[in-house]
Design a protein around this ligand. Structure first.
Ligand code: HEC
Ligand code: HEC
Ligand code: HEC
Ligand code: HEC
Ligand code: HEC
Length: 382
């Protein structure tokens, strides 16, 4: 995938395209069929089935999940600015804002807001489609007879700045310990990946696919880090070992946000494979912040091409036969604690949804690396 040439064109397009709050689409051109006028993803999906299938399985389609909506339904129906503070990234269309207000007020609505970051949010303004040039670089000509009157091609769709509109805070937005709370684009810009022309899209939308896999996907996380175990050594009665994580393929900090937690651990195990008491040592890789965002507790994330290492040293347990290495990922660790605290103080009308979001956040954990090495000889068991 190519990076767009930097310049006025892309920056100017994006400033208009993402001017929040987004303007309503207005009246559709007269010749449009109801299907061409419809903004919901299923209507697009009838003609763009591949994008629809991929998008439906992505977190962009679930950006108005119970954790977000559970907080929004407890706001007043007319608190438009308060809604915007969230939906400008989670469900940005003006039509979604109106639909959300109607839903909170208990009026009939068509659920467009529940589609989250839907096709039209990125592609449709004033009922005109915007998209990248075709793969061969061409764009529709005025005389082409295409559905929805064709589209306006812009290099902005292939440019990392397209994603920055929601994945990067502005310079004067909320920061902690001198670092913006969302800083993904800047982290990327400072990395080798930016210099080598590897855009956000090249990793998160390979072959233009609408996948957006990230820290919730084990395969994606594995593609971003290289894990290496140092075999155990005995020194007197102590067992020494190590586990190194290199951020070899993540285009920004690993992980980029304050919300996930990666736990690197080493422990000794007995013949039954169970961890032995008092032998566990762990290291957390995360940007940990207080629940009320009042302070940063620690920042142990791994910058692009940097590494983190857990140095293990513990007395050898009399029943130890092997040593185990693990890397676990908790993609929603911050939210788990946040939902618990919200439920404790009262989640109001959103209570049922927040309970579901809490359960989802606990169900999202996975392991990307598990390996055992024998303490008796040099033999390895993967
Ligand atoms: C009736 C069928 C139909 C519907 C409905 C439809 N499209 Fe299209 N769309 C097409 C066709 C055909 C093209 C032209 C493809 C080409 O010429 O390369 C196109 C082109 C596009 C492009 C440009 C593709 C590129 O190569 O950059 C985008 C973006 C797009 N549509 C988005 C949407 C969105 C978003 C919706 C729903 C809001 C939608 N379309 C609804 C048929 C449809
Ligand atoms: C309109 C705002 C918006 C735009 C534009 C946008 N995103 Fe997102 N993105 C979000 C939101 C909101 C979420 C979180 C959805 C959720 O889980 O509630 C998200 C989630 C993601 C995730 C999944 C993160 C995870 O935790 O696993 C990835 C990856 C991602 N976006 C990449 C991109 C890329 C690449 C682009 C540019 C092509 C982009 N996004 C453009 C708002 C946006
Ligand atoms: C600048 C864009 C932006 C704004 C504004 C924003 N979010 Fe998010 N939000 C994201 C992104 C990106 C993610 C995914 C990364 C993550 O998990 O932190 C996310 C994730 C979440 C999640 C966890 C995933 C899920 O769907 O359950 C919740 C809950 C959430 N946001 C709630 C809110 C609420 C409530 C507001 C308003 C007070 C808000 N957000 C404002 C971008 C934004
Ligand atoms: C978060 C923003 C975002 C959302 C949501 C989104 N797209 Fe896209 N879409 C893009 C970007 C960015 C590209 C260009 C990717 C590139 O150039 O690498 C693209 C490309 C396309 C293309 C051209 C594909 C090709 O192979 O040439 C079509 C068609 C399209 N999108 C339709 C859709 C449809 C239909 C949906 C909903 C089911 C949708 N998009 C949702 C951002 C988005
Ligand atoms: C070289 C490939 C690569 C590039 C370039 C890249 N990413 Fe990622 N991204 C990954 C991998 C791998 C993960 C999973 C590991 C992780 O969570 O850090 C990820 C995770 C994410 C997540 C999940 C949240 C989190 O806390 O990690 C978001 C959001 C995201 N990327 C957005 C972006 C955006 C926006 C850009 C461009 C500014 C971008 N990425 C550039 C590979 C890449």
């Amino acid at each position: 995938m190519t990076a767009a040439a930097p310049g006025e064109d892309v920056a100017g397009f994006l400033a208009r395209h993402w001017q929040r709050p987004l303007a309503a689409q207005g009246a559709a051109p007269e010749q449009f069929t109801p299907q061409e006028t419809a903004l919901d993803a299923a209507a697009c999906g009838a003609c763009h089935p591949d994008q629809h299938r991929d998008w439906s399985a992505s977190l962009h389609a679930r950006a108005m999940g119970p954790g977000v909506l559970g907080q929004l339904v407890d706001m007043a129906p007319g608190a438009h600015e308060e809604h915007q503070a969230c939906i400008r990234c989670h469900a940005p269309l003006a039509e979604q804002a109106a639909d959300l207000s109607a839903a909170i007020a208990g009026r009939r609505n068509d659920s467009l807001h529940k589609q989250g970051n839907t096709c039209a949010a990125c592609h449709v303004r004033e009922h005109r489609r915007h998209g990248p040039p075709r793969r061969d670089g061409s764009a529709p000509k005025p005389e082409d007879k295409l559905p929805h009157s064709g589209w306006q091609a812009s290099a902005a769709f292939g440019d990392s700045r397209f994603c920055a509109s929601c994945h990067q805070f502005e310079a004067d937005d909320f920061a902690l310990n001198g670092k913006l709370l969302e800083n993904t684009y800047a982290e990327w810009q400072a990395s080798r990946h930016a210099k080598e022309g590897r855009t956000c899209q090249s990793c998160h939308m390979p072959e233009r696919r609408h996948l957006w896999r990230g820290v919730h996907d084990a395969g994606m996380v594995k593609s971003g880090v290289t894990v290496a175990a140092a075999p155990p050594r005995l020194e007197g009665n102590a067992v020494l070992a190590g586990l190194t994580l290199v951020n070899s393929g993540t285009g920004h900090h690993f992980p980029t946000y304050v919300t996930p937690r990666v736990v690197v651990e080493i422990f000794q195990a007995g013949a039954d494979g169970r961890p032995l008491d008092g032998t566990r040592q762990e290291q957390v890789i995360a940007r940990q912040v207080a629940l009320d965002l009042a302070r940063e507790i620690a920042d142990t994330r791994i910058a692009p091409d940097a590494e983190a290492r857990l140095d293990y040293r513990r007395p050898r347990h009399p029943r130890a036969v092997r040593i185990d290495y693990r890397v676990r990922v908790e993609p929603d660790a911050f939210y788990t604690e946040f939902y618990r605290s919200l439920l404790a103080s009262g989640a109001g009308k959103g209570e049922k949804m927040i309970r579901r979001a809490l359960a989802d956040s606990l169900a999202s954990h996975f392991t990307i690396h598990a390996e055992s090495q024998s303490l008796q000889d040099g033999e390895r068991k993967p």
